[in-house]
Design a binder for this molecule. Sequence first.
Ligand SMILES: [Zn+2]
Length: 179
Amino acid sequence: MIILQTPKKLSNPIALSQKEKIMWMARLLTKAKLVGERGEVPIAALILDIKGRCIGYGGNRREAMKDPLGHAELVALRQASWINNDWRFNDCTLIVNLEPCPMCAGALIQARMGKIIYGSEDPKRGALGGTINLAEHKSAHHNMIIERGVMEEESKKIIVDWFKDKRFLSRKNLLSKLR
Ligand SMILES: [Zn+2]
C-alpha cells in the first residue's frame, strides 16, 4: 500500500519585538474599548502578514449584525483572506486581547494560522488553554505558535470593567422600572 502524504507547510510568522507586540496590543485595546461602547463585548483582533503588515482587522459585532459568527477573530480572518487571496495563514500572526473561544480557536486551526498572540486568558470560554487547548487536541492537524499574556493586566481590566458596567446598568434599569 502506498501512503501519499502532503508535505506539511512550515509556519514562518514574523518575529515581533516585545515593543512591537505591546504597540499592536495597545492599539487593539483602544479599538476594543470602542467596541465595548457600542454594547458589544470589547474584543478586537488583527492579522499581520509575514512582513508585519496588518492585513485584517475585526471588532466583535455579534450584537450589531445579530450574527453568532461575528467574533472579532472571524471578522479579521474574513478580511485577511480576501486581502491574502488564500485561506491558509501559515506565515501570519493573529493578535487579540482575549483568548479565543472554541469556535474561533477551531477556525484559526483550520486557517493554519502561524502564530496567535493574546492578552488575557479566558478561564470561562478560552480554547487555547483556559478551559481546553484545541491547539494541542489530537484533532489539530496544524501546530500553532501561541504566546499568552501580552499586556495581560490591561487586557483583563477592559473585559472585567465592561461586565461590571453592564451589571451596574442593568441593575439601575431594573430599579428604575420598579419605582
Ligand atoms: Zn470567538
